[in-house]
Design a binder for this molecule. Sequence first.
Ligand code: TYD
Length: 214
Amino acid sequence: MTNTPRQSPGFFIAFEGGDSAGKSTQAGRLARELESQGHTVVRTREPGGTEIGEKLRSLVLEHGHGHIDARTEALIFAASRAAHVHQVILPALERGDVVICDRYIDSSVAYQGVGRGLGAASVLDINLWAVEGLRPDLTVLLDVDPFEGRGRRTSTAEAEDRMESEPDSFHEQIRAAFRERAASDPSQYLVLDASEPVDLLAAAIAGAVKERLA
Ligand code: TYD
């Protein structure tokens, strides 16, 4: 994937990976680390990050809204992302902030494009249209074995959402799709084994980001 150079001075980092890969923990650690170095950090997540995005999030993730077909699902994620980019991410990058986002376009490519069978290329296209081509400066992929991810979830009290409750075979496809995205453009990705100790992962991520921010 080729990146169109962006004019804004900020830096955009996306965290990607299967469910329960530990993305939020690592995004939080990185945000604190960068803030301690004097950066202004905007930490956000998808779906969500705006008022409309949070509404779309509950619509698409909570059970109880009736059947949602795959194209509708893909467009809801893309609509949430369009709002998020235009209302939150681009303004932050224009101010020169570091944006740390839990999930971005690769999640749609993996879950809707591959998992739901809509096709990786078409899902990438509708999303690039939605965000006017905005791509992360770095994507951190926390690669997780779906079996392990499910194990981490069942050890917490929270009920599984619509995606999490899909079978392991669905999550295997998601994992492969993320790895394929990363392999297609290695310079834009940091791929880490999510089963490594939290401190080790945090240090690797902080090191890679520091290098790019320098
Ligand atoms: P979330 O609670 O954020 O899960 P996690 O902590 O694992 O990131 O739920 C987001 C869910 O939505 C997750 O199962 C992946 C799914 N999703 C998509 O299917 N497509 C998308 O474009 C995005 C952003 C998320």
